[in-house]
Design a protein around this ligand. Sequence first.
Ligand SMILES: Nc1ncnc2c1ncn2[C@@H]1O[C@H](COP(=O)(O)OP(=O)(O)OP(=O)(O)O)[C@@H](O)[C@H]1O
Length: 345
Amino acid sequence: MTLILKNIAKTFPGGTRALLPTSLEIAGGEIVSLLGPSGCGKTTLLRIIAGLQTPDPGAEIRFDGEDVAALPVEKRKVGMVFQSYALFPNMPVRGNIGYGLKMQRLPKAEIAARVDEVIALCRLEAYADRPIGALSGGQRQRVALARAFAPRPRILLLDEPLSALDAALRTELRGELAALLRQFGITAIFVTHDQDEAMAIADRVAVMSHGRVAQIGTPEALYRKPETAFVARFVGNAMPLGGRIGKDRLYLPGGVLALAAPADGKQAFVRAEDVRIDPEGPLTARVETVTFLGTHYRIVLSGITKDPLHALHSGLSAPKTGETVKVSIAPEAILTLSAEDEKAA
Ligand SMILES: Nc1ncnc2c1ncn2[C@@H]1O[C@H](COP(=O)(O)OP(=O)(O)OP(=O)(O)O)[C@@H](O)[C@H]1O
């Protein structure tokens, strides 16, 4: 199902503008993540798509061309998965999955057939007759997905679907969630504040800030070509370099860097993986701390710019705390972004 959103805004009584006029188009079968810090309006947008929240007048919400803005939640045929899952703990898996179908008064044989189908799809055969209370967090997540998918919704909406799980399990289940959604072949939107989760699961990520979509794009595009300082910081933790930009040079306390293109009046940012310890480098820094992380070292450097700069270093050995080192940053690794962006975001 294709989703078209036009001019979706929400002002709550009392005047909180949770969402500024927002437009988005999502292709059939596409998985889109709404990513942003707490309070940026992600959940409000998701709830408006579901029909759980009324947008300000003038909004257009189209499911495959059909305007559903005036339809109540039960008529929109959306499947929903919440962070708490809201499963019935004493009811077996099968009963939980079939619950919505029973409410729709589908014939018993059809309910059984559909429940069996999603149980197989979600690899829950071995647990079908167990009560929810006897399942692991990951198994519960699969039941919640199966239950949302069983009524054959037009779109799946997921609000922080992994946040009830501990950190290790969350990471493990990202891949599983991504694979299941693709296997369903369904259009899906999920809300998260975790950039790794958004990047790992979504085809495209909409980065939100203060009630607006700051940028939408593939994970690679957001990472490599952030359009605003906010996106650069939020996706991949870009660090501000400060200093003074003069045409195609960046003048820092620790030395001068070449820029790939003229960037007068802009701000420069860099990511830790692009800061290199390099005997030929034009910058001079002092090593403040070195942390060994297995695949690489995280080195905190002072003297290059006002704030300490982090470098990820993947050599067999690393410089020592207190040493003076030379550092380079490739011109194309320096992100130059409009200074106003950050204020706007
Ligand atoms: N029912 C409501 N009445 C008044 N203000 C609300 C209501 N619901 C949300 N808000 C406000 O709207 C803004 C956006 O909230 P929303 O829940 O969409 O953010 P979010 O990005 O999902 O945040 P979180 O990750 O913390 O859930 C916040 O400032 C919030 O306080």
